[in-house]
Design a protein around this ligand. Structure first.
Ligand code: TXA
Ligand code: MG
Length: 347
């Protein structure tokens, strides 16, 4: 399949952008799949009402069919068609954070969405992305669009159009290039079907922000305990892992350098994932500065680029610094733990 690629300006009203959006929207309306930028990561969109379109998404990604997709909308009014009710907490969170990196779980109203999109669950995940290109495209189709991250299953999520191209060129009908995404980690997934909202996946909206908006928030215990089955089916899969094994190091930069030297003595090629503050300190074969430690948003924003970088090197093993688990650090540590297969070492 030839993948069409458009480069669009984020000022979506321009004449030339308009015709590109029309082409991308027409493909979506014809039940083809098209990747597009959101404020978190690139998504791979397809008509959520159509079985064939949704199956194409799973096929292009190589995604297990028991992992449901997030439905993207441009207008809150679209919800009524496929959710049974909008609980008070959900309404408050939507009012406060949509459009934005927050996905809410509702009880599903049967008969509208493809059952492949919801993986036959009785609930559905929905979000309204805060990106002019995504919103323009969603508006043009007028459809609920199912969109997982636009990477091959298991790979780090894509934060640039080139990442999508690397993974999916030839496997999808189109790619709308709107430049690098901003937040860099996926949306926070919050289950709003019970009395107290529960975080199923930490992401761009922090626990602290959610608490400020609606009071008590719980976190799915499975996030902290590997032995429990997560409520979000996708959280059980190995994900984000670079080709070389990644180890999180609990300790100082001197400890990390010590591990590096040990491995170099064994003849291995060693990578270090750090931040700009410590870039000059390490002596290793490949060093990547992922943002600035004192501005965790910058770490989130370049995290997947960093993980993909090591796949372009000959590193045999990668050591990585740890981050505080508060604020957006919660999402960063969640993704790094998965990328590391939960391998945490200390001296
Ligand atoms: O930021 C994002 O959320 C990006 C952009 C493209 O919008 N999308 C994204 O989609 O990360 P994906 O498919 O990579 O992750 C969706 C997550 C998975 O962990 C999935 O299991 C969970 O949402 N999910 C979907 N429907 C669910 C449901 N009904 N109940 C619980 N978890 C659900
Ligand atoms: Mg994903």
């Amino acid at each position: 399949m030839i993948t069409k690629r458009w480069s669009v300006d984020n000022s979506v009203d321009k004449e030339d952008s308009y015709s590109q959006f029309s082409q991308a929207a027409d493909l979506l309306k014809n039940n083809e799949v098209v990747a597009f930028p959101t404020e978190t990561v690139y998504g791979l969109g397809g008509n959520a009402e159509n079985d064939e379109a949704v199956r194409k998404i799973f096929e292009a990604k190589g995604r297990p069919s028991d992992n449901p997709l997030i439905i993207h909308i441009a207008d809150k009014g679209q919800l009524d068609a496929f959710v049974t009710e909008i609980p008070q907490n959900a309404q408050a969170l939507m009012d406060r954070f949509w459009p934005g990196p927050l996905t809410l779980i509702f009880n599903l109203k049967e008969g509208v969405l493809s059952h492949y999109a919801t993986a036959d669950l009785s609930t559905v995940a929905v979000r309204m992305p805060d990106h002019p290109v995504a919103l323009a495209l969603l508006n043009k189709t007028g459809l609920p669009i199912a969109a997982p991250s636009a990477n091959r299953s298991g790979r780090p999520s894509p934060t640039t159009a080139d990442h999508v191209w690397e993974d999916l060129n030839g496997r999808i009908a189109g790619l709308v290039d709107g430049g690098p995404t901003g937040v860099g980690v996926e949306s926070t997934v919050v289950d709003c079907t019970g009395d107290v909202p529960v975080i199923l996946r930490p992401g761009g909206i922090t626990r602290e922000q959610l608490e400020e908006a609606v009071g008590e928030i719980r976190v799915d215990p499975a996030l902290a305990d590997e032995s429990q089955a997560p409520k979000s089916p996708g959280m059980k899969y190995r994900h984000y892992a670079p080709d070389a094994p990644l180890y999180l190091v609990e300790g100082t930069k001197e400890d990390i350098q010590h591990f590096v030297e040990d491995k170099k003595k064994e003849g291995l090629s060693v990578g270090v994932l750090t931040t700009s503050e410590n870039l000059e300190f390490y002596r290793a074969d490949f060093i990547y500065a992922c943002g600035q430690r004192d501005k965790l948003e910058t770490v989130a924003s370049s995290l997947y680029e960093a993980l993909r970088y090591f796949n372009t090197t000959d590193a045999d093993i990668i050591f990585c610094e740890m981050f505080p688990g508060e604020g957006v650090g919660h999402a960063i540590m969640n993704r790094l733990m998965k990328a590391a297969g939960h391998r945490v070492i200390s001296r």
